[in-house]
Design a protein around this ligand. Structure first.
Ligand SMILES: CC(C)(COP(=O)(O)OP(=O)(O)OC[C@H]1O[C@@H](n2cnc3c(N)ncnc32)[C@H](O)[C@@H]1OP(=O)(O)O)[C@@H](O)C(=O)NCCC(=O)NCCS
Length: 331
């Protein structure tokens, strides 16, 4: 018989975020894609976003977010035993971004691996971290969502250039004396895999300085919009039910930041009352894919510290198409 070590309940102990210094307003983007500031604000809610410097890497941004999260957790870096790194823009297949990061952080012995669940990556990783702690496989898990999407967006593509941006967010997940992370409701609609692609064969983008070909992101905007607004919101309702939480018990809704109209439609579909604070970090951060949920959480807690300890529904969704959501107690 195998001796089974059981863990404990889990919670988010802290959150950290990092955004590059450069603020890019719509006015800097519109000329190249024949658009207007008004169109982008109306269709997406985006007013500005952050672009990383040319020499600022995914690892640089991840490191900054992780150091903030670890400091806020009150732990030491060597207390972290597991590192989960969610990104679709770390440019190496192997070795992983997670091991590169844990070596940089001075904790090279931690279990470390990458996950690719696109804009749902953080919520996939958070669900795994919580389950590892509950099972006794891990005690303190660092979950990072980080992207440098500007490396993979064609700046002249009218369908994507105004949406995607750069940044990093991280949380430390650890033991709790009560359940503070609800069950993860996750899944996929893999028949619609073509709706968002990061694919070198679809459209080849040549870096003007080096003439090197890069894969670029492409998407079917309207199909993704409908799927997110109407299908993914049903997963949100299931995540609430799985946690035994009713919409009026929520303090906040922190969905993936892809489009303000999607966020508002989801809130309506799930019947969230006006008392629920809805994260709209997209307005000044754009869509940072795996980084968007932890970045939005960090921004919300900075603006509204009284939300700390309240319940929040998190939902990530993106290329795959994949989704994951859970109710959490905010750190
Ligand atoms: C991308 C998105 C903002 C486009 O908005 P939309 O309303 O679907 O736009 P459409 O492609 O239907 O185009 C509508 C009109 O706007 C125009 N248009 C398209 N892109 C434009 C742009 N960048 N600037 C100005 N006009 C634009 C089109 O030419 C079209 O004009 P017409 O009505 O005269 O033919 C929207 O589909 C969206 O947000 N989808 C979800 C994408 C997403 O969340 N992706 C990430 C998931 S992780």
């Amino acid at each position: 018989m195998i001796h089974v070590r059981t863990g404990s309940d889990s919670r988010i102990m802290s959150v950290g975020g990092y955004q590059p210094a450069r603020i890019v307003p719509n006015s800097e983007i519109i000329e190249r894609i024949d658009s207007t500031d008004e169109w982008i604000r109306q269709r997406t809610g985006i007013e500005s976003r952050r672009f990383a410097a040319k020499d600022e890497s995914v690892l640089d941004m991840a490191q900054a977010a992780c150091l903030q999260a670890i400091e806020r957790s009150g732990l030491k870096i060597e207390d972290i035993d597991t590192v989960i790194f969610a990104s679709i823009t770390y440019p190496y297949q192997a070795p992983s971004g997670a091991t590169a990061l844990s070596a940089r952080l001075g904790n090279p012995k931690a279990a470390a691996f990458d996950i690719n669940a696109a804009c749902a990556g953080f919520c996939y990783g958070l669900g795994m971290a919580s389950d590892f702690i509950r099972a006794g496989s891990s005690k303190y898990v660092l979950v990072i969502g980080v992207e440098k999407l500007t490396d993979f967006v064609d700046p002249a593509d009218r369908a994507t250039a105004f949406i995607f941006a750069d940044g990093a967010g991280a949380v430390v997940v650890g033991p709790s004396d009560h359940p503070a992370i609800g069950p993860t409701v996750w899944g996929a609609d893999a028949d619609s895999r073509d709706a968002i692609l990061l694919d070198p064969s679809w459209l080849e983008f040549r870096d003007s300085a080096t003439n090197v070909a890069w894969p670029v992101i492409s998407q079917q905007g309207q199909a993704v919009f409908r799927w997110a607004a109407y299908s993914v919101s049903k997963a949100g309702t299931r995540a609430l039910a799985a946690a035994g939480v009713s919409p009026d018990q929520l303090a906040a809704f922190i969905p993936h930041q892809a489009n303000v109209r999607i966020i508002e439609t989801m809130a309506k579909e799930m019947g969230l009352p006006d008392s629920v604070v809805i994260a709209q970090d997209i307005r000044t951060s754009g869509n940072t894919s795996a980084a968007s949920v932890p970045l939005a959480m960090a921004a919300l807690l900075k603006d509204r510290p009284e939300l700390s300890g309240g319940l929040a529904l998190l939902i990530g969704y993106g290329a795959g198409l994949v989704y994951a959501g859970q109710v959490v107690e905010l750190p």
